[in-house]
Design a protein around this ligand. Structure first.
Ligand code: HEC
Ligand code: HEC
Length: 214
């Protein structure tokens, strides 16, 4: 009897070790935030490539500080609450699904870790040469190369979908993406977008931003 018990004990210890090793391997292969990202993937895609049909932009490889800031904005009602903001209203409840700030930070880090996808431009009729002139206004904050500036809260622009940049400029200008006066950064862009005369000017500057990709 004693011998059998000993064999069993050895077998159980071995099984336990296998289970532990398995758990450690699973932890290593699933980066923190990846599980939370399964919700986000439904609209933004497995690789964060975006999906225009549901108005979800590419988010893969956005700067981590910017993702954290925007998801906090959505969660706190600083963005995505205007009744005419179809896209923002879709994202607002998704941010609310992140219960803790730890979850919010973990999923944001995962988004930032995804390799950028540089989605194909789809907006037609923009003139990048005219856009280069208009982009002069943007340089101070987004940089001559469009790389953004964390200290100013201004994101990198050239990784985005062109349709999303255009839509954002339109919604800053008409206040739909700057409807909460407490969102100081959106208020800055409300003023800037107001200097772009019309949709053609927006298309031109967006065409120039697309040309900044290397
Ligand atoms: C039901 C669809 C849907 C789901 C699910 C979803 N999003 Fe979004 N998300 C959107 C839409 C639509 C927008 C565009 C909002 C806009 O244009 O103002 C957006 C915008 C964003 C932005 C802003 C990008 C930028 O350049 O400013 C971030 C960041 C983001 N989502 C992260 C996430 C994360 C993280 C999750 C998962 C926790 C998630 N989203 C889940 C639809 C979704
Ligand atoms: C004074 C600084 C400043 C200038 C100048 C400026 N921006 Fe911005 N921009 C910002 C900030 C800050 C944000 C983040 C706004 C927010 O959180 O909604 C931003 C956001 C954006 C976004 C949204 C990007 C995204 O991923 O959602 C677009 C598009 C944009 N800017 C385009 C432009 C263009 C085009 C110009 C020039 C015509 C310009 N900006 C000039 C500061 C600036």
């Amino acid at each position: 009897m004693a011998a059998i018990t000993k064999v069993w004990r050895t077998a159980l210890v071995a099984l336990g070790l296998v289970a532990l090793a398995g758990a450690a391997a699973a932890q290593q292969s699933t980066p923190p935030g990846a599980e939370l990202y399964e919700l986000c993937a439904q609209c933004h895609g497995e690789r964060g490539e975006g999906n225009q049909v549901v108005l979800a932009p590419a988010i893969a490889g956005l700067q981590e500080w910017y993702v954290v800031a925007q998801v906090r904005n959505f969660k706190g009602g600083l963005r995505g609450t205007h009744p005419a903001d179809v896209a923002g209203l879709r994202m607002h409840p998704m941010a609310l699904a992140l219960e803790t700030d730890e979850e919010l930070k973990a999923v944001s880090a995962y988004v930032a870790s995804l390799p950028p996808v540089y989605p194909e431009p789809t907006v037609e009729g923009g003139d990048a040469e005219r856009g280069a002139q208009l982009y002069g206004t943007c340089v101070a904050c987004h940089g001559p190369d469009g790389a953004g500036n964390e200290a100013l809260g201004s994101p990198r622009l050239y990784q985005a979908n062109d349709w999303y940049l255009l839509s954002s400029l339109q919604r800053y200008k008409n206040g739909v993406r700057a409807s909460n006066p407490a969102n100081a950064n959106a208020q800055v862009m409300l003023g800037i977008a107001g200097t772009l005369a019309d949709e053609q000017a927006m298309k031109d500057v967006v065409a120039y931003i697309m040309s900044l990709r290397k």
